[in-house]
Ligand binder design. Sequence first.
Ligand code: MLT
Ligand code: MN
Ligand code: ZN
Length: 308
Amino acid sequence: MHIHVLGAAAGGGFPQWNCNCPNCDGLRKGTIKATKRSQSSICISGNGIDWVLFNASPDVLQQIQDFAPLQPGRNIRDSGIQAIVLIDAQIDHTTGLFMLREGKVKREIYCTDMVYEDLTSGNQILNILGHYCGINRHDVPIDGAQSFEIPNVPNLRFTAVALKSAAPPYSPHRNDPHPGDTIGVLIEEISTGKKCWYSPGLGEIEPHLPPLMSQADCIMVDGTFWTNTEMIDMGLMTKTARSIGHNPQSGEGGMIEKLNEFGTDKKVRKILIHINNTNPILRDDSAERAILNENQIEVAYDGMDIIL
Ligand code: MLT
Ligand code: MN
Ligand code: ZN
């Protein structure tokens, strides 16, 4: 299985256009050791030719240009992207769909009922696409028992589960969470049995998750914030990380502690993805990055390739 990180940052990217936090300001001025990152998306292939795009980031056009296999060039109009799986309805994961409106072939979109509802109500993007390429919407089962395959993406099997999280700010049910607002997905390469767990928005490792996550050879999880109060401490937001669906890395019950429960019996790559621009782990020489290194947890970057 080939996993390619198209964008490793959370909503806003790094640096964020209107942000002068120490990270964004330092990156712009070249005074910190860090690399810019675009907004959250990965693509996966089980044959190196046909790809499933996980999330359509606002930066998707540049991300496609930066990864040649996504344009195989077989026809006058062509793409290696055969289907798009949306893990939630957040702006940073869906607005790239506007950029993928060209062509006569319908976009194959896989999302839960809750995400479909948000993307046809509070945010009308899927309705609007109907006036361009059109879409074929496929439901994503979230009971964890049913897997699904994507016809044009051979050799991969997907198992999704609902995660405790929050619907986007624009959602009609923002303050009333429903199963399917956010999902985590276990992706299996059928020919090799290799598996990757992907959940860029993960508010809590609930009891139904370890049985799936422990099957994975690579765990890619929410790396948004270092502390629960990061945005409050910087005066940027009044909400905690957990309350907006992002379990922070540090502290009790944090992602580092939780990730250490995996990989005790086999080699597992642990990778943080969807990293907010305020997060100190973005600085290659920070104390926080050193703690991740000690715990053998990697920080995703744009262009990262993971071959399982
Ligand atoms: C989030 O996951 O909380 C987002 O990155 C928010 C956004 O895209 O605005
Ligand atoms: Mn996000
Ligand atoms: Zn910033």
